[in-house]
Design a protein around this ligand. Structure first.
Ligand code: IMP
Ligand code: MG
Length: 181
């Protein structure tokens, strides 16, 4: 089975992803300087993006991970009811925290993350997302760094999954509609 055969098209090829991530890394490095920020990856979708973003940042920084789950949605939509499955290792009080996400869709997942992390009194809390589906937003969220604005299509690859597959594709693709049904 070839995963590529399940795609209707490639939305963002690998070279465009890498070029944009390089720009984001340089911009984040300029903005944070010597403040030793903590990048917080939202598992599992953010892991591929964070590993490339981290390598595009020439400043000292740390990495940490958090896993959350959302309940009761469908296979292509989250429900907005969110729970922490695995918490951060680091104490973020007085730290400069940058949340690294794969995609912001309705915004419920990020909204919950931001609310939760804010209660721990970080020095600053910002959001970096590779993809943004603005059209689908249900709760307003201020995004500090956005890789690409994309249309309302279900995408996979580069960390993003459908039913836990396709995360390893080195580009962002759109699944054939028959794959969900
Ligand atoms: P939100 O809470 O609706 O913003 O959903 C965010 C989460 O839903 C993301 O972290 C993804 O795991 C998942 N998600 C949303 N849209 C897509 C998509 O197009 N492809 C794959 N996963 C998606
Ligand atoms: Mg997912």
């Amino acid at each position: 089975m070839r995963l590529e055969d399940h795609l209707a098209k490639i939305l963002i090829p690998s070279d465009r992803l890498q070029a944009r991530i390089y720009e984001l890394g340089a911009q984040i490095a300029r903005d944070y300087g010597d403040t030793r920020p903590l990048l917080v990856c939202v598992l599992k979708g953010g892991v591929i993006f964070m590993s490339d973003l981290s390598r595009a940042m020439s400043i000292p920084h740390e990495l940490d991970f958090m896993a959350i789950s959302s309940y009761g949605g469908t296979r292509t939509e989250s429900s907005g009811v969110v729970r922490i499955l695995m918490d951060l290792n680091a104490n973020i009080e007085n730290r400069h925290v940058l949340i690294v996400e794969d995609i912001i869709d309705t915004g419920h997942t990020l909204h919950y993350m931001v609310d939760t992390l804010r209660t721990r009194n970080p020095a600053s809390l910002k959001i970096c997302t590779l993809l943004n589906k603005q059209e689908r937003r249900e709760v307003e969220i201020k995004l500090d760094y956005v890789g690409f604005d994309i249309p309302n299509e279900f995408v996979v690859g580069y960390g993003l999954d459908f039913d836990e597959l396709y995360r390893n594709l080195p580009y962002i693709g759109v699944l054939k509609p028959e794959m969900y049904s």
